[in-house]
Design a protein around this ligand. Structure first.
Ligand code: FDA
Length: 392
């Protein structure tokens, strides 16, 4: 065999795997630079992990699958490597760790790890075909200088998911899984803004740029983070989080105020400033531009003192449980992650090797393990890549 291991994809998972893999290892990528998604992530500062990462922060058909890898290579292991590499970092919010200076430092750290392990990274290279051979895999590559046929005992598929095709994202990992008879779960864009149509779209467009803390939920899953109204619909951390749990046609429930706070505000306003309009009262609790848009179709009295019990119920329903039906999402064009992927039922949770294909591994985003917003997806890439590298 030419190599002990060939890794397809020089992204987060592929690079950490190569930094662990013993023997002769080649990482190939069709991009012209390694770790491009790392470089642009977190606004250029890479939210590289989360202090609170655990299997509960991931979506998968098998919610237990991620436990083993996450326990064997934890956020603390990666933080330790970052610290030993002299990379300064900070917690932004909710346990999210970012580089102080630049995401490029993480890419450099990973590439140094690969070089120290004796691995090679070959860019601008595409895979033409993969064939199973006795004791390994034969891979036909198209390199900048022409075609090249290589063989390896192990083949690690680390070529990510479908988000941001403009950056070279492909469904190659999923096609390769299918070629080897591995099941693939339904995939869709996650951590992605919602779009709206008709009157709702016009209304949100009119308050584009307005943000508010909220509780947003769908299908029984809720996130308490900010929402951001945009010229196309709804974004912000709460919307991105919920998008990973949303299917077309599902309703979103937007809570802009806790019910208790709302009822107390109305009670006090009725007692002390009953002549004021409900809109005036609520602009103290919510962004001023948002209030008329949220309440525009409710029949409300001129004076808050005249608000009836029925009207209060309507107001409460609107501000605590506004029912919204998105037209769709922005899709893979802007999504941060692909939900779904290679079915975990076909993989060993300890090694990430395909149960029916000795020497064939799938790691990172192409696997049906999808993290929340906040550094969880990189942690999955580190953990799954590390365990595969150890197993090889
Ligand atoms: P990754 O996408 O990193 O790497 C795959 C590699 O395979 C790429 O280098 C690609 O060029 C290559 N490839 C693809 N198809 C190929 C083919 N056919 N042949 C050869 N090579 C091929 N997560 C997080 O935890 N914190 C964050 O701050 C962010 N921020 C963020 C911002 C943006 C804009 C996006 C799009 C995504 C994020 N993410 C994130 C998600 C995170 O980037 C993602 O989960 C990981 O990069 C996944 O790591 P992988 O190694 O699996 O794929």
């Amino acid at each position: 065999m030419d190599f002990d291991t060939i890794i397809i994809g020089a992204g987060a998972a592929g690079l950490i795997c190569a930094a662990q893999a013993p023997g002769k290892c080649l990482v190939i990528d069709h991009a012209k630079a390694a770790g491009e998604k790392i470089r642009i992530s977190g606004g250029g500062r890479c939210n590289f992990t989360n202090l609170y990462a655990s299997a509960e922060n991931y979506i998968s058909r098998n919610p237990h699958f991620a436990k083993s890898a996450l326990a064997r290579y934890t956020q603390w292991d990666f933080i330790d490597w970052v610290a030993r590499s002299g990379i300064a970092y900070h917690e932004k919010t909710l346990g999210q760790l970012f580089c102080d200076t630049s995401a490029k430092e993480i890419v450099a750290m990973l590439l140094k790890g690969v070089a120290e392990a004796g691995g090679q990274v070959q860019l601008n290279t595409t895979v033409q075909s993969v064939t199973k051979i006795e004791g390994g895999y034969a891979i036909q590559l198209s390199c900048p200088h022409g075609p090249r046929a290589v063989t390896a005992r192990n083949l690690v598929v680390a070529c990510g998911g479908k988000p941001i095709p403009k950056m070279g994202a492909t469904d190659f990992a999923l096609r390769l899984a299918q070629q080897f008879g591995l099941p693939v779960t339904e995939t869709y864009a996650g951590l992605v803004p919602f779009t709206f149509s008709g009157a709702q779209h016009e209304a949100f467009k009119s308050i584009s740029g307005v943000a508010a803390p909220a509780r947003l939920q769908t299908n029984g899953t809720a996130f308490d983070e900010a929402v951001l109204f945009t010229h196309r619909g709804l974004s912000g951390p709460a919307a991105l989080q919920v998008s990973s749990y949303w299917s077309p046609g599902d309703v979103l429930t937007l809570g802009l105020l806790p019910e208790e706070e709302l009822r107390r505000a109305v009670r006090e306003a009725k007692e002390t400033e009953g002549r004021k309009s409900p809109l005036t009262i609520f602009t103290r609790l919510l962004p001023a531009r948002l209030v008329p848009v949220v309440l525009n179709d409710l029949a409300l009295p001129e004076r808050i003192a005249d608000l009836t019990a029925v009207q209060l119920d309507g107001l409460t329903a609107r501000l605590t449980q506004w029912q919204l039906t998105p037209a769709g999402t922005e899709g893979y064009r802007t999504a941060e992650v692909m939900v779904g992927g290679v079915d975990t039922a076909a993989l060993s949770s300890k090694t990430m090797m395909a149960k029916t294909q000795p020497g064939l591994y799938f790691i990172g985003e192409c696997v049906d393990v999808t993290g929340w917003l906040g550094g969880y997806n990189f942690q999955w890439a580190w953990s799954s890549g590390w365990v595969a590298g150890q197993a090889i």
